[in-house]
Design a protein around this ligand. Sequence first.
Ligand SMILES: [Cu+2]
Length: 128
Amino acid sequence: MMLSLISQMVRAKTVAATAATGLLGTVSLGMLLITLSSSALMAADHIVEIKSFKFEPNTLIVQPGDTITWINRDIAPHTATANDKSWDTGRLKKGQQYKLVVTAEMSKDYFCRYHPHMKSRLEIQSGN
Ligand SMILES: [Cu+2]
């Protein structure tokens, strides 16, 4: 009788310990998910305004995963076109915009196809 009571208590403790371990596992998974999502939240959105035949800012500091939006504020149409043509906003009329996600390998120097003297560049920093 006494022995059976003890064995029941041991079993109850084991169940409690298992439940605690399970809870701990859930908590660490939660922490992991928070860690993963916070790195995604750190991606920044940048705006480059095209005004008076200039890109502002002229040198934009970005990280892979960030987004860049070019907005044309001029009456004249403009583009932001990579020097090697690997990316291109296409023709942007007044008020139009174009969004691009930054990658580590993307071409940094760009210009306007209609006004080749309009030059600008991205400074891509590594994410860590
Ligand atoms: Cu232009």
